[in-house]
Ligand binder design. Structure first.
Ligand SMILES: NC(=O)C1=CN([C@@H]2O[C@H](COP(=O)(O)OP(=O)(O)OC[C@H]3O[C@@H](n4cnc5c(N)ncnc54)[C@H](O)[C@@H]3O)[C@@H](O)[C@H]2O)C=CC1
Ligand code: BAL
Length: 502
């Protein structure tokens, strides 16, 4: 199989050259065993192309390249220069914005105009942030001890870091990891999700163009259980950062522990509550929470998939929510994510489609829950699931406890603050939360009492790249974005300086 292929996207009148190889030492190569993975367009369930899948041997080759690059070049590169190369990368991202977004839509099914272009805007913003941060945040401390001794600390990069990312925000999740790790002075081996590798493979070409030396960033598409596991257990990888399901995060943490006790950052699953109190601005709450569950077809780890509503406004909220969602969150006229009217695309795969439909069927047939289909089911080869809400759900419901990761929310009722916070915390996850109230004390009591890594007050899912992101409980370990995105890729070295004369 060739290392490149031409791909056409007629909806945007684009034809481009798609890399299909592993990206090691700033060049594309075939996998050692020539194994390949097919990637499918989720809107049509048709094969787009196949690309090479990295073997254990390829992982070792890439890690060796990253190690040599770190020891011989990158560890001797100034923070100012790292920032300058990231600035170059940011300019190339802007120049390639529309094409990168189009590849993302083709491969993941996310709507081009409302989602993919917005992902690229976030990527540009965070690249600029880390380009500027590289020579500013990695400072240590000077610690005077005595007349004849002082100490200082240094924020050292880990060295070679492995990164594994999911399919819901392919290039954004990769950029959350790559840009911070580079700014902090590490070299990288990153594995995209097998069902959405095309955008990162195209993006890899920008690495060399931006001036990064060979081996600084290596991109290894491949199967999670093969390439991913190999990275997690490799003894010459100093740190691994993962975004994806909690179940896989636990496997990775175990491999990290038993291999070489490498450092770990885990961004895992969520079942985030949005709590609407009786004094909430309901129109605002509806606007934010419909986006909070239906944006990206609900494939959002911080999706507010549990709606907890005070009993006195429950019926009014449900009526407003349903009406607004029917108007704003829909497949569009042609079931095409490239259509400007599309705000809800297909879910990523047949496997995810079946998994989500399983939850919907369970809710209806096993738990006899009432549901409202915001949109109508469609006849399509694609994996389109209409936005759905289940009402009058109890805390013990399978649909209230487990992550569905699709355009499906559950609505629960509460009578007072204590019941609301108890319901909100009654879950194994703790990634994010939202609260809607006009009472500043109640809002801050909630922010204090909720066990979640992110709290949105009178909004939902409006991320900021300068604000730390990560979860409590089974939602993960560590933080990304903002200064955390640099701290996560450095470790502190303490130097004691004795100037006494014995
Ligand atoms: N906290 C966060 O920021 C995010 C969390 N997620 C969570 O991820 C899940 C959905 O994404 P998926 O891609 O299905 O997750 P997943 O865990 O199946 O896959 C994520 C990545 O892990 C890799 N992988 C799979 N098995 C592996 C193994 N045994 N060893 C090493 N790597 C392996 C996959 O190839 C992929 O690149 C949901 O639970 C979602 O909430 C997704 C995106 C962001
Ligand atoms: N919204 C970005 C975190 C995620 O991947 O879902």
């Amino acid at each position: 199989m060739s290392l490149f292929t031409d791909i056409s996207i007629p909806q945007l009148n684009i034809t481009y050259k798609q890399p299909l190889g592993l990206y090691i030492n700033n060049e594309f190569v075939a996998s050692s065993d020539h194994k390949q993975i097919e990637t499918v367009n989720p809107a049509t369930n048709t094969v787009i192309t196949s690309f090479y899948a990295a073997s254990d041997a390829d992982v070792n080759t890439a890690v060796t390249a990253a190690r040599q690059a770190y020891e011989q070049v990158w560890s001797k590169t100034s923070a100012e220069h790292r920032g300058r190369l990231l600035h170059n990368l940011g300019q190339l991202i802007v120049e390639n914005k529309e094409l990168l977004a189009a590849i993302e839509t083709l491969d993941s099914g996310k709507p081009y105009y409302t989602n993919a272009l917005a992902d690229l805007d976030q990527i540009s913003q965070l690249t600029t942030y880390y380009a500027g941060a590289a020579d500013k945040y990695n400072k240590g401390q000077m610690i005077p001890i005595s007349h004849e001794k002082y100490a200082y600390t240094v924020r050292s990069p880990y060295g070679v870091v492995a990164q594994i990312v999911p399919w819901n925000y392919p290039l954004a999740m990769a950029s959350w990891k790559i840009q911070g790790a580079l700014a902090a002075g590490n070299t990288i081996v990153i594995k995209p999700a097998e069902n959405t590798s095309l955008s990162l493979l195209y993006f890899a070409q920008l690495i060399e163009k931006a001036g990064f030396p060979p081996g600084v960033v290596n991109v290894l598409p491949g199967l999670g259980a093969v390439t991913g596991s190999s990275l997690a257990s490799h003894t010459d990888v100093d740190k691994i950062a993962f975004t994806g399901s909690t179940a896989v995060g636990q496997k990775i943490m175990a491999l990290a522990a038993t291999s070489n006790l490498k450092a770990v950052t885990l961004e895992c699953g969520g079942k985030s509550p949005a709590v609407i109190f009786d004094d909430a601005n309901l129109d605002e709450a509806v606007k934010w929470t419909t986006a909070g569950i239906f944006y990206n077809s609900g494939q959002n780890c911080t999706a507010n998939s549990r709606l907890l509503v005070h009993e006195s406004v429950y019926d009014e909220f449900l009526e407003k929510f349903t009406k607004y969602a029917q108007e704003e969150w829909k497949f569009g006229s042609s079931l095409d994510p490239f259509d400007e009217s599309c705000t809800v695309g297909p879910v990523i795969s047949k496997a995810q489609y079946d998994r989500i439909q399983g939850y919907i069927e369970h809710g209806k047939s096993q738990e006899k829950l009432s549901s409202k289909e915001i949109g109508s089911p469609v006849e399509s080869e694609g994996f389109f699931i209409p936005p759905t809400i289940f009402i009058d759900v109890t805390a013990e419901s399978k649909l209230a406890q487990e992550e569905i990761f699709g355009p499906v929310a559950v609505v629960l009722k509460f009578k007072d603050y204590d019941e609301a916070i108890a319901l909100a915390n009654n879950n194994a996850y703790g990634l994010a939360s939202a609260v809607f109230t006009e009472d500043i004390r109640k809002a801050n009591f909630f922010a204090r009492d909720i066990r979640a890594g992110t709290v949105w007050i009178n909004s939902s899912n409006d991320e900021e790249i300068s604000v730390p992101f990560g979860g409590f409980k089974m939602s993960g370990i560590g933080r990304e974005l903002g200064e955390s995105g640099l701290e996560a890729y450095t470790q502190t070295k303490a130097v004691h300086v004795n100037i006494s004369k014995l």
